[in-house]
Design a protein around this ligand. Structure first.
Ligand code: ADP
Length: 268
C-alpha cells in the first residue's frame, strides 16, 4: 500500500520539501531593473539542514523571501511540499506559510509586553486553536527549548539567547515541517550562538524538522549539513558539510572567544 510506504521514516526523509526550478526575480523595470535571481534551481529534501551563504547583494534575502512564500518570483517554478506556489495570491501564500513554515529572525521580533507563553501561543491563536490546547502546546514547546522555568517572563526579562529560544518556540507552534532562519545568531554573543545552533541541530536531528538558514558566518554554517553559496543571483556552490563532529559547538565557542566574541565573517 503506497500510504504505508510513505510512513517509513527513511522514505519520508528523502521526499523533496522544496523544489525550485529556474527561479528568477527582477526588481523594477526597464534600464533600472535589477536581476536579483537569474535562474536558480535547488531541491531540499525533508529532514535536511541547509545553510545559505554568499556576499552581500548576491540574492540570499530575495531567495529566502521566495522560499518563505513572502514574495512571488518573476518566473520559474517553486513546489513546496508538492504544491506549486509560484502563482498563488497573497492570501493563498499566507495560508501556505501558516501551514508549512516557521520563521526565525535576527532581531527575535517578539511582542515586548507579552510573556514567553503568550508569544508562543500567538500563531496558534491566529490558526484558531482553542485556549486549553494553545496553553498546553506552548508550555510543551517552551519546555523543549529549555525555557520551562521562564514561561511568564517578558522579553526584556530574558537574555538574547533566551529571547531567540522563545522565537524558535513560536516558529514551532503550528507544527510546520520547515524552519527558516535569517541570521538567527546575528545579535547574539558566541556562547548564545552555540546554544541556538545546538537547538537547531536538536530540532533537525531529533524532531526531523527541515532547517534552512541564511548566515554570513562560516562557523555558524558549519553546524548545518549542506552549504549552498550564492553569487550574483546564481548558486555557485552546493556541497555537504563534512567532518562536523557533535562537539563542534565547543570548538566554535573556544575559537570565537579568542576573537573577542565576534563570529567569523565572510566578506564580499
Ligand atoms: P543579499 O541578501 O545576498 O544581500 P538581496 O537579495 O538583498 O541580496 O539583493 C540582491 C540584489 O537585489 C541586490 O542588487 C539588491 O540591491 C537588489 N534588491 C533587493 N531587494 C530589492 C528591492 N526591493 N528593490 C530593488 N532592488 C532590490
Amino acid at each position: 500500500m503506497a500510504g504505508a510506504v510513505m510512513e517509513e521514516p527513511n522514505v519520508r526523509m528523502k521526499a523533496p520539501l522544496i523544489e525550485v526550478r529556474n527561479l528568477t526575480k527582477v526588481y523594477g523595470e526597464g534600464p533600472s531593473a535589477v536581476k536579483a535571481l537569474r535562474g536558480v534551481s535547488l531541491s531540499i529534501s525533508c529532514g535536511e539542514f541547509v545553510a545559505i551563504m554568499g556576499p552581500s547583494g548576491s540574492g540570499k534575502s530575495t531567495f529566502m523571501h521566495l522560499l518563505g512564500c513572502l514574495d512571488r518570483p518573476t518566473s520559474g517554478s517553486y513546489r513546496l511540499a508538492g504544491e506549486e506556489v509560484s502563482g498563488l495570491t497573497g492570501d493563498q501564500l499566507a495560508a501556505v506559510r501558516s501551514r508549512q513554515i516557521g520563521f526565525v529572525f535576527q532581531s527575535f521580533n517578539l511582542l515586548s509586553r507579552t510573556s514567553a507563553l503568550e508569544n508562543v501561543e500567538l500563531p496558534m491563536l491566529y490558526a484558531g486553536v482553542g485556549r486549553e490546547m494553545r496553553d498546553k502546546r506552548a508550555r510543551e514547546i517552551l519546555e523543549e527549548v529549555g525555557l520551562g522555568a521562564r514561561l511568564d517572563h517578558r522579553p526584556n526579562e530574558l537574555s538574547g539567547g533566551q529571547q531567540q529560544r522563545v522565537a524558535i518556540a513560536r516558529a514551532l507552534a503550528n507544527e510546520a515541517p520547515l524552519l527558516m532562519a535569517d541570521e538567527p545568531t546575528g545579535n547574539l554573543d558566541s556562547a548564545s550562538s552555540v546554544e541556538i545552533m545546538t537547538l537547531f541541530r536538536h530540532l533537525n536531528r531529533d524532531s526531523g524538522i527541515t532547517v534552512v538558514l541564511v548566515t554570513h558566518a562560516t562557523d555558524i554554517a558549519a553546524w548545518s549539513k549542506r552549504i549552498v553559496t550564492f553569487r550574483d543571483g546564481t548558486i555557485t556552490d552546493d556541497r555537504p558539510v563534512h567532518g562536523v563532529l557533535p562537539d563542534s559547538g565547543h570548538e566554535l565557542a573556544s575559537r570565537q572567544s579568542s576573537h573577542n566574541g565576534s563570529s567569523e565573517e565572510v566578506h564580499s
